[in-house]
Design a protein around this ligand. Sequence first.
Ligand SMILES: Nc1ncnc2c1ncn2[C@@H]1O[C@H](COP(=O)(O)OP(=O)(O)OP(=O)(O)O)[C@@H](O)[C@H]1O
Length: 229
Amino acid sequence: MIEVKHIRKKYGRKQVLKDVTFTAEKGQITCLIGINGVGKSTVLKAIMGLTPVAGGSILIDGQPISSRSYESVTFVPDAISMPSGMTVDGCIRFMKDYYASWNSQRADELKTFFKLNGTDKVGELSKGNTAKLNLLLGLALDTDYVLMDEPFSGIDIFSRELIASVFTSHLIEDRGVIVTTHEIGDIEHLIDKVVLLDNGVVRREFQTEAVRMEEGKSVIDVLREVYNG
Ligand SMILES: Nc1ncnc2c1ncn2[C@@H]1O[C@H](COP(=O)(O)OP(=O)(O)OP(=O)(O)O)[C@@H](O)[C@H]1O
């Protein structure tokens, strides 16, 4: 389980996270939602230890985050970090050489699933194919948790559907996923849990199925309630 407890974060004088607490379970898809600039990416970066936080703690399977956390958590950022002149197969080879946890079989399956062409260069990929390659490079690592920052950002409906279908496939297996997205409609039916960030705090944390069954509400209904009062 990933446990985020009372974390705070300031950029300069701006208090972005005032007191953020939530958990994300292994085997579940947890969606971090909130309006632009609320601090979703900052939370993901904090879990990865990529940005320092002022207070609170973050535990991964009971252990405080450290350089060893990379063995259990993968971060898929919202932009690809591979050189533009590298081919899709070149990226895959690079990752295989660099990471002991690289799973070549899953990488091959993802390449086929996303219909990526091995000889295409990163800099010449469409936005949708760039997002797919970025996900491939993250999901082919054998880690217990995957954090994805806006995997649907700026891509067409068909690519979004294909990416969404990965969430329910064996390619995710029983890993824990934390995803940020504005495209809630695309994945509402796939999400197990929602963490709603607003004004530096978690305004609601709920299991989607429970809210659907007990209150007859969708995630969007809850969002409207929170933001429109
Ligand atoms: N390195 C930084 N230096 C200064 N301010 C920053 C930095 N990174 C983020 N911020 C600010 O912190 C706030 C939260 O940013 P963050 O990217 O975490 O929000 P977000 O919820 O992911 O936004 P979006 O939905 O637009 O992606 C924003 O106001 C942003 O401008």
